[in-house]
Structures are given as structure tokens and as C-alpha cells.
Design a protein around this ligand. Structure first.
Ligand code: ADP
Ligand code: MG
Length: 226
């Protein structure tokens, strides 16, 4: 069996409100290296809370979250931020690329912002390799406004892959793409899985969830494997 990347054990997240909101209710989940998993569920079901928890952007109220075997719930903020930078690549619906930088610079800057990353030497080569993995090397010098939506998302994925994260966490990655580009992006996710990457995608599109190896439905903060 491949190593577990994610291990959630009875994770609950309660938001203080009147009455309190239980956005995650004793959720348990194991994701192993190379898994390709889609999380689907209606609005308000807890998808963002789950994503924020997995991405170490939010802390459970109770329960345990092991990332690569490291218990994250008790870590101090600095250690959590460091672990997030080292182990997690984020992909967002709206790409979040810098407008006045080229594709290559957008990828290179990921290392700069991550801080304490590898040294400057080789930064350009690492970014070029990441662009090549998403088949965007021929657009390295283009700024985002000269790229299609699908190409922008490929650059964003190259940026997320830099530093070899254990986990690629994608929030509605095809939400701004047309059908053709969605298909191309799903092909890319297949390639990445074949290369051994672990991918969790939050989506409400059937086409996306049907292509994933595992499908998890979330309803009222509870998970069901389909
Ligand atoms: P989804 O992403 O599936 O739409 P969320 O994870 O954003 O759902 O929200 C799950 C539930 O938690 C919802 O009922 C939402 O209103 C509630 N919630 C989310 N964030 C907060 C917050 N900061 N304070 C109070 N309630 C929240
Ligand atoms: Mg949401």
C-alpha cells in the first residue's frame, strides 16, 4: 500500500455563531500517494471548510489531521505555514496569476514567496521544467492576458507543482473553463496522477468528478465515499 498523505480522524469544525455551525462533523478520510480524489457537494455542505482544513488554512475544533505522517493540529502557526509551503500546492478557480509577469516569472515567483525555499541557483531551470510538465514551455514568455483560460490554469498548475508538493489541492479548477479546456485540464490531471501526484479536487461538475479515481460526497459536513 502506498503511504498515506492525508489521514483525517474524526475531524470536527464548529464555527462560533448563534447557534454554532458544525461545518465538519467527525470526518475521517485517508488519501494515499497517487490517489486522485474529487469532493462534490451542494453549496454550504462544508467543501471550503474541508479544503481549508486540508490546506492548513483552518484548524479543526477537534480530531486529528496527519499530513505525511505529521500531526498538524497542534503545530504552531510558523510550523504550519512552513509545512503548507513545503507540502501543498494550491490551484484556484480564478488562477491567481500576476498580470504583469510572464508565465515563467509567475512560476519562478512561487519559490520566492514560499520563502526558505531552495536557493536562487537553478530557479529558472526548475520553473522551465514545471512549465514543460504542463506542456506550456512554448508560452514561457507570455503574460497571462495573452493566454487562454486553459493555458492560464496550466501555468497555475506548474506553479503549484514547483517544489514537488505531496498534495495538489484544487478548488473548482475548471470553474472558469469552457468544455474543451476542461477536457484538456482533465487529461493533464490524468498525466499528473500517472506521474504519482496526489490530487484532491473540489468540484461541482460531474465531468470532473467522473474522471477522478475516487469520489467523495459531502453533505451537512459528513463524508460519503461513492
Ligand atoms: P461550501 O464550500 O460547501 O459551500 P462551507 O464550507 O463554506 O460550504 O460552509 C459550510 C457551513 O459552514 C455553511 O453552513 C456556512 O454557512 C458555515 N460557515 C462557513 N464559514 C463560516 C464562518 N466563518 N462562520 C460561521 N459559519 C461559517
Ligand atoms: Mg465553498
Amino acid at each position: 500500500m502506498p503511504d498515506p498523505v492525508i489521514s483525517l480522524d474524526r475531524v470536527t469544525r464548529v464555527f462560533p455563531a448563534e447557534p454554532p455551525v458544525r461545518a465538519l462533523a467527525e470526518v475521517s478520510l485517508a488519501v494515499r500517494r497517487g490517489d486522485h480524489l474529487a469532493v462534490v457537494g451542494p453549496s454550504g455542505s462544508g467543501k471550503s471548510t474541508l479544503l481549508n482544513t486540508l490546506g492548513l488554512l483552518d484548524r479543526p475544533t477537534s480530531g486529528s489531521y496527519l499530513l505525511d505522517g505529521v500531526e498538524t493540529t497542534a503545530l504552531k502557526d510558523g510550523a504550519r505555514t512552513r509545512l503548507r509551503g513545503e507540502r501543498i500546492g494550491f490551484v484556484f478557480q480564478s488562477f491567481h496569476l500576476l498580470a504583469h509577469r510572464t508565465a515563467l516569472e509567475n512560476v519562478m515567483l512561487a519559490e520566492v514567496y514560499r520563502g526558505r525555499g531552495p536557493s536562487r541557483a537553478g530557479r529558472r531551470e526548475r520553473a522551465e521544467r514545471a512549465l514543460a510538465r504542463v506542456r506550456m514551455e512554448h508560452r514561457a514568455g507570455f503574460q497571462p492576458n495573452r493566454l487562454s483560460g486553459g493555458e492560464r490554469q496550466r501555468v497555475a498548475i506548474a506553479r503549484a507543482l514547483l517544489g514537488e508538493p505531496s498534495l495538489l489541492l484544487c478548488d473548482e479548477p475548471t470553474g472558469n473553463l469552457d468544455g474543451h479546456n476542461t477536457g484538456l485540464l482533465l487529461d493533464l490531471f490524468d498525466d499528473l496522477r500517472d506521474q504519482g501526484h496526489t490530487i484532491v479536487i473540489i468540484t461541482h461538475e460531474d465531468e470532473v468528478s467522473e474522471r477522478a479515481g475516487r469520489r467523495i460526497r459531502i453533505t451537512d459536513g459528513e463524508l460519503w465515499e461513492e
